[in-house]
Design a binder for this molecule. Structure first.
Ligand SMILES: NC(=O)c1ccc[n+]([C@@H]2O[C@H](COP(=O)([O-])OP(=O)(O)OC[C@H]3O[C@@H](n4cnc5c(N)ncnc54)[C@H](O)[C@@H]3O)[C@@H](O)[C@H]2O)c1
Length: 247
């Protein structure tokens, strides 16, 4: 048994069909957790379930849109108890987010970022945190962004609002469930690869350690926060960002 052993735990990772979420799903499975691979895209979820199975891990797909509360409740009711929730679904660097200054933004453009980055977190917590409290153990890990703790870029105000709200929610949730053995923390992650390698290279130069992040960087922190080793860590927002200052 390793220090971060998760055998016997069930972990739900939202938006786990690619990139950061996929890396987190693989890492939790490698520590022995049974991983419920969520994505709004069934093809992506099934591919990751197959990959984990091929590496000897345990995984099942849990397909729903985190912004749709009915669908979240229906699917999670079917899959059974969740011990570890990783709120990862969001629109990240390679997602559908299109930078747009707020003064040029029609109200319809802020609906999506707020719904997925805030309501997605609220919906999944609503579905699984009461059960964690009843069973006396649980972990909530909200994948946020430096954009949720500081103004880091022009054109991402609605995304920042959603990410910041997810952090604020997670912090207060932590207080409310602390005596039930449930911890709740956020990871404010920095830049991951973008499709254009020359842009990635340019961005890397602004990061103290000299490189952008990888899904494995984020997954390692998730494994720790999901494990017994982090028992006394709750209500925190931890920067996983190569040393960038975003607070
Ligand atoms: N990529 C970055 O540079 C970066 C930086 C900071 C924070 N983040 C955050 O990290 C997380 C992961 O980012 P990423 O780059 O891997 O994202 P990504 O866009 O590459 O992948 C997100 C996955 O989530 C799924 N998804 C999207 N909306 C969903 C919904 N409503 N319900 C269920 N699944 C949904 C997508 O189908 C996709 O497979 C996000 O929360 C993002 O905001 C990313």
């Amino acid at each position: 048994m390793t220090q971060f052993d998760l055998t016997g735990r069930t972990a739900l990772v939202t938006g786990a069909g690619q990139n950061v979420g996929r890396g987190i799903a693989h890492a939790l499975a490698a520590q022995g957790a049974t991983v419920l691979v969520n994505d709004v895209r069934p093809d992506r979820a099934i591919t990751v379930v197959d990959e984990i199975g091929a590496s000897g891990g345990l995984a099942r797909s849990a397909v729903f849109d985190v912004t749709d509360l009915d669908s979240v409740m229906t699917v999670l009711d079917q899959v059974g108890p969740v011990d570890i929730l990783v709120n990862n679904a969001g629109n990240g660097g390679s997602g559908p987010m299109t930078p747009q200054p707020f003064v040029a933004m029609p109200p319809s453009a802020w609906e999506g970022p707020i719904r997925v980055n805030l309501y997605g977190v609220l919906h999944c917590c609503h579905a699984v945190v009461p059960g964690m409290c009843d069973r006396g153990w649980g972990r909530v890990i909200t994948i946020s962004s430096g954009a949720g703790t500081a103004g880091v870029a022009i054109g991402v105000s609605a995304y920042s609002a959603g990410k910041g709200a997810g952090i604020a929610f997670t912090r207060t949730l932590a207080l409310e469930v602390a005596r039930q053995g449930v911890t709740a923390n956020s990871l404010a992650i920095g830049l991951m690869a973008v499709p254009d390698p020359t842009v990635t290279e340019r961005l890397a130069r602004s990061i103290p350690v000299g490189r952008i992040g990888t899904p494995e960087d984020v997954a390692a922190a998730c494994v720790w926060l999901a494990s017994e080793s982090s028992n006394w860590v709750t209500g925190q927002t931890i920067g996983i960002n190569g040393g960038s200052v975003t607070s």
